[in-house]
Design a protein around this ligand. Structure first.
Ligand code: SER
Length: 339
């Protein structure tokens, strides 16, 4: 039992969770508590005060955490990604929407019990956009937050609605109830591009062709890209994604002009990624075997994002551009991992 404020991370065993726990545990002496369907890896466990194995949809479990800890910062990472969500849309909706609603309600109750605002960090996605195809995508170029908000995947719809729910909790919660407690949720959303980590592989996403290609080459395995070589979407190296999450979380609320921000770093075509991988791993065997259905999803996502607001409001400034991400982060880290 601890009444010192702690940080809660849901979906902690996932890709972002790995990087976030590593960084948070070195940055602060704040205790971290985590929640995931599966146990934490033995590497991460020592960095965490307590790990709960369970579902974000388990209300009794959330009530237990509420009673045991005082939380004023939540990273709500648990989600079903865009490819998996198309095979199980109702499950995706449950996890991505009902799960987010349960966590927002949890945050509000936490805030009411200790009297301070709870910062609620919500990773959203380029999947929140929906363009009608490659031509529209070319014409649109770098898109701003409020354009093309017509996603075509269950995951994209869920993330966009999660952003709206967060804004509702932060700004209009129970607006007609006279004696209602004030909102205690300080919601902050980040629309991530495709993320590439050198230490973990994503599962169930549609931007996965980039990380899969790199990790396959590093292990000497052949890889067939499921998108055309000219396919272009924004990507970011995982360390920059973690930095962005932590930077936005620690920015004073009065500096923020939006509830959800685009963030970008580089936007290579699949061909450019293949060339870079081939350069680093000359024996790599990469072929193309387009999966038209997954291609359609990537074709509905923007070529790049306009992240000016994030740069201006809270200093988003990715350390890794495309070549630096490969040269200084991905290749050396991956090589050491597989040898
Ligand atoms: N990486 C995610 C996906 O592919 C997009 O946010 O689903």
């Amino acid at each position: 039992m601890s009444r010192k404020p702690v940080v809660l991370i849901t979906g902690a065993s996932g890709e972002i969770g790995h990087g976030l726990i590593d960084q948070l545990s070195t940055d602060t002496d704040r205790a971290i508590i985590t929640l995931d369907l599966v146990p934490l890896s033995p590497k991460l466990s020592p960095k965490v005060r307590q790990h709960y194995v369970g579902s974000i949809l388990d209300q009794q479990l959330l009530d237990r955490i509420l009673a045991e800890y005082e939380i004023d910062l939540i990273f709500h990472l648990a989600a079903v990604l865009s490819t998996r969500g198309e095979f199980a849309p109702v499950t995706a909706h449950k996890v991505n929407v009902e799960g987010t609603l349960a966590l927002l309600e949890f945050a509000q109750r936490q805030g009411e019990s200790h009297g301070r605002s709870v910062i609620f960090m919500f990773p959203s996605s380029i999947a929140a956009y929906g363009l009608s195809g490659p031509d529209a995508k070319k014409r649109a170029g770098r898109v701003r937050e409020d354009e093309f908000n017509t996603p075509t995947t269950m995951y994209g719809c869920n993330k966009l609605y999660g952003e709206l729910l967060g804004a509702y909790y932060a700004g209009h919660y129970k607006q007609l109830v006279l004696e209602a407690p004030p909102s205690k949720v300080d919601f902050r959303g980040l629309r991530f591009p495709g993320l590439i980590s050198a230490v973990t592989l994503p599962s169930g996403g549609t931007s996965d062709y980039a990380p899969e290609m790199i990790h396959a080459a590093a292990q000497g395995k052949p890889y067939a890209s499921f998108v055309r070589p000219d396919t272009r979407i924004p990507f970011m190296a995982m360390p920059d994604a973690i930095t962005a999450l932590l930077r936005l979380a620690s920015t004073p609320a009065q500096r923020l002009t939006r509830r959800t921000y685009n963030i970008g770093a580089f936007a290579p075509s699949a061909q450019e990624i293949m060339d870079e991988v081939q350069l680093a791993f000359p024996n790599a065997v990469i072929t193309i075997k387009v999966d038209e259905r997954r291609q359609n999803i990537v074709d509905s996502w923007p070529e790049d994002v306009d992240d000016q607001a994030a740069r201006t409001d809270w200093g988003h400034s990715p350390k890794y551009d495309f070549h630096k991400a490969f040269r200084d982060y991905l290749i050396p880290t991956i090589k050491s991992q597989y040898t």
